[in-house]
Design a protein around this ligand. Sequence first.
Ligand code: FES
Length: 89
Amino acid sequence: MSFEFTFDGHVVSAEPGQSIAAALIAHGRRTWRRTRTGAPRGVFCGIGVCFDCLVTVNGRPNRRACLIEVTEGDRVETQDGAGRADLAC
Ligand code: FES
């Protein structure tokens, strides 16, 4: 049964077992990271080797979208450059 998560604040549906990348591609997205120069990136290798697909998930940057299984309620965000985790005191 499908479920929902958010990508940059937009509700997206996914199927159980889908990676974040697969769910985003199924919804027409091709990129979800910007390099330090602003160039768009998405899936390149699709097997966890190239790190082109990095995305921020639930506040944690540098998650490989091609490997991470999306779960209900996940908050997925476009990552800029090296990403940045929220600083907790
Ligand atoms: S696409 Fe290469 S690590 Fe995810």
